[in-house]
Each structure stands twice: as C-alpha cells, then as structure tokens.
Design a protein around this ligand. Structure first.
Ligand code: DGL
Length: 275
C-alpha cells in the first residue's frame, strides 16, 4: 500500500471525468484516484440493489487504496446508493471515511441560475425515478418549479462513442422536446448526469437561445473546496504530490484511455481492476 492518501473519484464509467476535470482545476496539488466501473455501466437503468452493490464495492476498493474521502461523481449512484452508504455502510467499520455525492451540492445552488424560477432536470432513469433532485431543490428553493426528463439512451450513446455521429441527434432532440413540452417558462436546463457535458454542444443546437445549459462539474468542485475548508480533520489527511491515477473495470484499458482522454481533456493512462 502506498503512503499516499488521495481523494477518490468514482463513476459508473467515463462521466465522472467531467467532474474530476473541474475538481483538478479548482483543487490542484492533491493526489487523486479516478475509478470508473465501465464494465458494468450504464448504471442508469439498473435496480437500487445493484447500483448500491456495485457502488459500495467500488468505494471499498478506493478505501483500500487509502482514500480518506470518496466523491461519487455520478448522479445515479448519488441518488440510489449514497444514503445507504452514509447511514449503513460507513458506520459498519469505516467510520473514519467520508463519501460525498453530487446531487446536494448542485441542488444547493441551481435555483440561483434561473430568472423564471423554472428548471428542467435531465438525468438517467434512476436519477429521475428517485426524485432526489425534486426533493433537494424544494428544500433550498421552495419557489422553484423543477421538471424532470429521463434520457435513457444518452449514456449508452456516449459510452459507445456514438454521440458525435448524426444518428445521435434524433435522441438528443427527442428528450429535449420532452422536457420543453413540460413548460414554456423553463429557462435553465441542468445536466444531471456527469456524462451529458460531452453532448452539451449538440444539446444547445436544439434549444432556443434564452435557455441556458448548466453542467455540474464546477459546482461540485466549488462545494468540495468549501467542504475541505470546513473539515480540516479530513483535509489534513490528504497527501499533495499532484499525482493522478486512473483505474477501470474494463480490461480494454486502451479503449478506456482513448475515451477518457476526451472526457478529461488530457492524456489518461489507466490500470485494470477486476470486479
Ligand atoms: N454518469 C452517471 C450519472 O451521473 C451515470 C450514468 C449511468 O451509468 O447510467 O448519472
């Protein structure tokens, strides 16, 4: 085991790299381990039981790499597994570890982006069905009306590298028509899945100019910065050698490296972890 104590960043696949990019930019110098469960992605259409089982297995692997803190850079895992991990799993032998998600920090600020106070949430089926965003946004912005649209085909298109092709446009437009059909007053669309920033430009092509599209990477990174200031007992454990390591559960690490470099916007070399 190394003497490093990195921040662990987890996603079902590549999507968390869009969040990691923002975290690495806002919090440089720290050591990081990224872990993508690509062999079992997408999580979005899976049951609560499976999402929790897979997420907890990967979080425990990150704990074995000595991460005192793990970020679930995945809305689906944050919606379906985070609460059980925090309330049941951590107290059971991992009380000194911390696991944070991406939904609460996003819900805490998203209401500030909308002038009309009407927001559209685009997410996986799992995230939408959990209603986590509706519940969290209502706590921080009771005046905001939030509408949801599941986009179950977007992650498979992105994970398979089909999102840049013309065929993807059909599905991009289909789900945007769905959310815009719910209200004429939506002025803000939240990409509530960490994969979706990869199709942000395509999404914008199908929207009127008065609708803004918000990706959550910078929001999550800012929230983590504040968390580390509020929690010196965690921050002081973290090592700072500017080291970044990447791991995936797919045995085709060359393919992971190619795709991941696109998401992370920097060259990635990964290691394989069997699950
Ligand atoms: N990137 C994920 C999210 O933020 C996951 C998607 C999936 O595996 O379906 O929800």
């Amino acid at each position: 085991m190394s003497s490093q104590k990195p921040i662990g960043i987890f996603d079902s696949g590549y999507g968390g790299l869009t969040v990691f990019r923002s975290i690495a930019d806002q919090l440089p110098g720290y050591d990081y381990i990224y872990f993508g469960d690509n062999s079992r992605a997408p999580y979005g259409n899976r049951s609560f039981k499976n999402i929790h089982h897979y997420t907890w297995e990967c979080v425990q692997w990150l704990f074995k790499q000595d991460c005192p803190l793990v970020i679930l850079a995945c809305n689906t895992a944050s919606a379906k597994a985070l609460r059980t991990i925090q309330q049941q799993d951590l107290p059971n032998g991992y009380a000194d570890k911390r696991v944070l998600g991406v939904i609460r920090p996003t819900a805490e600020v998203i209401g500030n982006y909308s002038s009309n106070k009407e927001i559209g949430i685009l997410g996986t089926k799992g995230t939408v069905q959990s209603e986590s965003y509706l519940l969290e946004i209502a706590k921080f912005f009771p005046e905001v009306k939030a509408y949801q649209q599941a986009c179950p085909l977007w992650v498979p298109l992105i994970e398979n590298g089909e999102h840049d092709k013309p065929g993807a446009d059909y599905f991009v437009k289909q789900y945007l028509d769905g959310i815009l059909g719910k209200s004429n007053s939506i002025d803000t669309l939240l990409l509530a899945c960490t994969h979706y920033p990869l199709i942000q430009e395509k999404i914008k092509n199908y929207l009127p100019e008065n609708i803004q599209v918000i990706a959550q990477g910078d929001i999550v990174a800012k929230s983590l910065t504040d968390y580390l200031k509020r929690h010196p007992e965690i921050e002081q454990q973290l090592t700072k050698n500017n080291d970044r390591r990447f791991f995936t559960t797919t045995d085709d690490t060359d393919d992971f490296d190619k795709q991941a470099s696109m998401f992370f916007n920097e060259e990635v070399k990964s290691g394989y972890v069997a699950v």
